[in-house]
Design a protein around this ligand. Sequence first.
Ligand SMILES: Cc1ncc(COP(=O)(O)O)c(C=O)c1O
Length: 384
Amino acid sequence: MSDQHSHQNFETRAIHAGNTADPLTGAVVPPIYQVSTYKQDGVGGLRGGYEYSRSANPTRTALEENLAALEGGRRGLAFASGLAAEDCLLRTLLAPGDHVVIPNDAYGGTFRLFAKVVERWGVDFSVANTSDIDSVRDAVNDRTKLIWVETPSNPLLGITDIEAVAGVARQAGVKLVVDNTFASPYLQQPLALGADVVVHSLTKYMGGHSDVVGGALVTADEALGEELAYHQNAMGAVAGPFDSWIVLRGIKTLAVRMDRHSENATKIVEMLTQHPKVTQVLYPGLPEHPGHEVAAKQMRSFGGMISFRVEGGEAAAVEVCNRAQLFTLGESLGGVESLIEHPGRMTHASVAGSALEVPADLVRLSVGIENVEDLLADLRQALG
Ligand SMILES: Cc1ncc(COP(=O)(O)O)c(C=O)c1O
């Protein structure tokens, strides 16, 4: 993060970091530099430091500066998707023969990347319950290069103590990577708790309007940031100018959106915990959630994601999803509109039969920022 923004509060940084007025026109919002190349004043005479938009583009730079400022990191990098960011990170940090520790609850696509892509290149992994620090410590061996954490996790809303795992990582001399997609930097700041790299699917809360796919990495360290920037250009899965611009726009309202997501989710959890058809509610804001105390310590509030289990197994869970009307049946999360899905058959179908398999009676909600009374009425009718 540049010194210019380090003294500012989150909401101010979200609006101003990277968002300097256009030097040519004074436009208060960075323009969409929809351009691939830049005129040089003589060979090597770059006007603004830009030569080709895969290497760097001013709109993407604006977003990358903003991301670094929001996570309190040294370097932000924006990619074409969350998985593109993860791929770049893994192929930068790992080599054949290396070992990684992954959580027993994570986004299915992240697991698929480890199990079906990275493993083929000679990198093996162990699955740990990252909510249990001993399980993480036991999973580390002398070939381990990184520990991967997702907190809150997708879709079981498990909580990992980032500071405690950072201690294990430091002791073992390995990198700690935290997927901060569910919390967003407004609710949780993994780098300040000792993580080396933060990963984001910008598609979710950062974009916030279900209208863009994007990903990001933010590093605590300048040198690792440089190395990743080199690989970002070498691999090429960069965020385009329009996608960068629309995420930058979404981020300006991140703080107010997250406050409302959390507020609405709290009221929905209250209703679900009392509903006779609901057998379990998974939400870190609940005092009986095993990660509640850690979540209260490391998160500003508990976020907009809720999972719950219903009486009647898979058929009943699918029925609830199908009956919802205001909650749109769809994958993804983090938009202003509420979504409902069945992880076992939708977002997490790729983990079926693995250590990450999710319960068949599970329903996941991404609670939007609509009026909560309308959301409650819809869920009541969907539960029947
Ligand atoms: C927690 C988490 N991380 C990473 C990703 C991957 O991001 P993307 O879909 O933008 O590639 C997702 C997508 O759902 C996710 O939920």
